[in-house]
Design a protein around this ligand. Structure first.
Ligand code: NG6
Ligand code: CA
Length: 508
């Protein structure tokens, strides 16, 4: 009996000892791998009202909603611009895009927009032990302006801080319609070289303009040049047949690359910029998603993107990474229905409000141009909540520097880490927003748009651009739909914003 008790006692002590050692090695492991992984999931043209977690009724996005539910959902989150290239420039450099005179929607053969001397988010992370990658839409230019697509194209993402880059060069409606991995066209047959030209066509090549009989999707405005997969694109292209992407497979393709990167790099801290192409035109969902909404292809590709995000999140979960990964989800600019193709986005929109209650859309200085879905999730670190803090994508750069205790870079990016982590509802107090090289100024709840000449509406896309011959002043808290111009009623507010704005944009 005594012997037995002694035995029990001894085994208990051994068991406790084991537990203690395994516990302390776990804690040690956690400190060793303490630097959190950072992932930015970035959508293309997704509007403030396009997700069910932001109020959409006609589109169900359960997977993206889960990010909102498990993290912070910002109600005042902004891209830096109402178009793609400038927003992406600000995201990666922390600099206002209008400070770079070339930061506008780029053609598919435009040179690299980010100077290779410039400090960038991926460069900073790479220098501090992160493995860095971009997967998906690039649209920040490649090469020096004279690209030979049959050789390694540089400089590009690899030269501004991404160790691994698997991208589309520009947009899914622009040539070249091929994937590029670390500067080389994927699957290119040397005997069928690729040529790209944005000014003139190659002899004998069909175009959307001349050969409507070859089209499976018709163009509405622009988009009438080279035809790839029955879809007319922007720009001319010839050759490279074996390398052409398949639009229907694109979502799954990028997803697979993003998942592989995570699986292969999970042992060391990594930074992944996963830039989805949806719901930018042309909207070509995989057949599995056709009809998943009643809104036609635009709704269907949002559901497809939601699926891809869900699969990606499952991978993070399976690999045990959720507790050590900061995930930021947002969009590069606001929504547009008809962006150049007859794809039923406008005719089948029904009651859906892609911008929610906001006014304007993509290309606009009105709020829907850059006010987008924005969420941060980090299991165990960020408490689930909704935040009204004013946060901008330009601030991600220095906020991450602060998170990792790295030197902040002297640029437009503000350290608002506490807001991103949900520790305060105070974000930045003001910022300048850009739309096609025009600027507006937000300060607190107020938005001021200075007078601009030019068409107030882009009739092709049916979006108010926010331009007027007079000053516009809105209180976005009281009037999120910007129905009342208060510039006459609040001259002192107008004067204050004018003054601050002029100081901020001096030299522009
Ligand atoms: C515009 C295109 C539009 C879209 C946009 C870029 C025309 C007429 N319109 O010039 O379809 O491609 O550029 O979108 O060509 S963005 O989201 O990448 O900024
Ligand atoms: Ca975009």
């Amino acid at each position: 009996m005594r012997k037995n008790r002694l035995f029990l006692c001894l085994s208990f002590m051994i068991m406790m000892g084991n537990l203690l050692t395994s516990h302390s090695s776990l804690a040690q492991k956690k400190t060793e791998t303490k630097k959190p992984n950072i992932i930015i999931i970035y959508m293309d043209d997704l509007g403030f009202g396009d997700l069910s977690c932001y109020g959409a009724k006609e589109i169900k996005t359960p997977n993206i909603d889960k990010i909102a539910k498990q993290g912070i959902k910002f109600t005042n989150g902004y891209a830096s611009s109402s178009t793609c290239t400038p927003s992406r420039y600000a995201l990666l450099t922390g600099e206002y895009p209008w400070k770079n005179k070339n930061a506008a929607i780029l053609s598919g053969d435009a040179p690299l927009l980010i100077s290779t001397d410039k400090q960038t988010l991926p460069k900073k992370l790479k220098a501090n032990g992160y493995t860095t990658a971009v997967v998906g839409k690039w649209h920040l230019g490649l090469g020096n302006g004279q690209v030979n697509w049959n050789e390694r194209v540089s400089p590009g993402p690899n030269e501004v801080g991404f160790e691994y880059a698997y991208i589309m060069a520009a947009t899914n409606d622009r040539v070249p319609t091929v994937y590029m991995e670390d500067g080389g066209v994927v699957g290119l047959d040397k005997n069928d070289p690729i040529e790209v030209n944005y000014r003139k066509n190659f002899e004998g090549e069909p175009t959307g303009l001349d050969n409507p009989e070859l089209l499976k999707m018709k163009w509405h405005h622009g988009h009438n040049k080279s035809i790839v997969n029955g879809i007319p694109r922007i720009g001319y292209m010839k050759g490279g047949k074996s390398a052409l992407w398949d639009d229907e497979q694109m979502s799954e393709h990028f997803l697979g690359i993003a998942q592989d990167f995570v699986k292969e790099n999970k042992e060391k801290p990594f930074f992944l910029y996963y830039a989805l192409h949806q719901p930018h035109v042309p909207r070509i969902p995989n057949p599995r998603f056709v009809g998943s909404t009643n809104l036609g292809p635009r709704g269907d590709v949002i559901v497809e993107a939601d699926w891809a995000v869900g699969e990606f999140m499952n991978t993070l979960k399976k690999e045990g990474l959720l507790e050590n990964t900061l995930i930021i989800f947002s969009s590069d600019n606001g929504p547009v229905l008809n962006d150049g193709y007859f794809d039923q986005a406008d005719t089948r929109n029904g009651l859906h409000t892609p911008a929610g209650v906001l006014r304007g859309g993509k290309y606009s200085l009105y709020d829907a141009g850059a006010h987008v879905p924005f969420m941060c999730m980090w299991k165990g670190e960020i408490k689930p909540m909704e935040s009204n803090a004013l946060v901008s994508q330009v601030d991600i750069f220095n906020s991450i520097n602060s998170l990792l205790k790295l030197n902040e870079v002297d640029t437009d990016s503000q350290n608002i880490l506490e807001a991103f982590l949900g520790k305060t509802e105070k974000g930045r107090s003001e910022f300048v927003v850009e739309a096609n090289r025009n600027l507006a100024y937000r300060s607190g709840d107020w938005l001021m748009i200075p007078p601009y000449t030019g068409n107030p509406v882009n009739a092709f896309v049916g979006i108010e651009l926010g331009k007027a011959k007079y000053f516009q002043l809105f209180n976005l808290k009281e009037d999120p739909s910007q129905t009342k111009n208060l510039s006459k009623e609040y001259p002192e507010v107008l004067a204050k914003l004018k003054k601050e704005f002029l100081e901020e944009v001096k030299g522009f």
